[in-house]
Write a new protein. Sequence first.
Length: 393
Amino acid sequence: MGFPVPVVIDSLSTLKPRSPATVVIALSGAIALLYFGQRFFVTLTLALIVAFILEPFVGLLMRVRLPRSLASFVVCVVALLMLYLVGLGFYTQFASLSRNLQVYSTSLAELVDSVASKVEDMEQSTYRLLVPKRIQEREKQQEAQAKQAAPAPRSGRRSAEPPAPILPPPVQEVRILQERTSVVGYFYSHLNSVYEVLLMASFVPFLVYFMLSWRDHIHRAFLLLFDGSARLVAGNSLQGIAAMVRGFVVGNFALGLFLALLSSLLFWAFRIPYPLLIGPLSGFLSLIPYIGLPLAMVPPLFAALPIYKTAPPYLLVGCAVAVLHLLALNLLYPKLVGSRVHLNPLVVTIALMVWGVLWGAVGLVLAIPLTAAIKAVCDNVKSLQPYGRLLGD
């Protein structure tokens, strides 16, 4: 069994068909609700996904005669403790990395200057190759004539004196006050957003605990909302959603751990600093659909700045990361994750676009499980099965 989600079951023959205008209005209202209630729905979705993952561990503790409330509390405490230990490890690595930011900024500036000089040399060589020699000689003559025509500096004592600096016009106090107000408002708006995100994230542990401890009661109460065959359809939909979400998240997590381990070993072999931080970041970033591979290359290339001074080592590291992640995603991803969702590539692309517009970066991460949950509902509701086949592979 799974956890209740807001599923609309339309299997009763007594319901009248809805007009296209009603469907468009309802869909527009749902999209607006998801967009403006982003933080609430993202928090609720994350809590549901975590509860789906932790439910088997609660059932395992209940087999040793622990009450559901106590088993849920123990599982949540252990999960929070593991999250704290992982966060502490990442924090120590980040703290060590932050102490060397000056070295990284200097190396990055040198690398940018080197690339810019090489690009300029390529432009000049291309210009000499493509532009005829007579035009180049003509341009050189024009530059020499322009230098000769420039007025010579006057002789005397005043010529050695630097020109008087041009003072900017006085700035009014009102303008300064407006600029200060805008800067303060900018920081306040961003701090307010961070505060709202942290506030909503603080609800996740409590939501997960109550979803686990009250799971049986909520499940029975949700099924009682339906009568007859609709109750069976609702139960099957919940089972399908729970199995899909659990398999999708566990498969992604297992693949991310595998890539994190291999990436850490690879970066250690290349003598890249902080492999225990860079490896997991690269491994889990690669799981983001479509843009995962470029994102996976950013951490190792940035960490290698103080070590490598030329371009070939960066190309070697980038190629190694690309080969590792392409092999893993093409060989392991279809078996561990792809067989759980059964979505065709076109639907996945459209889902990423839609959820990315609605919820930003979090929407890109949650797009596939949310769309697969919608497909699970469509597969179990008779009137929605054509839409399920449309979404399927």
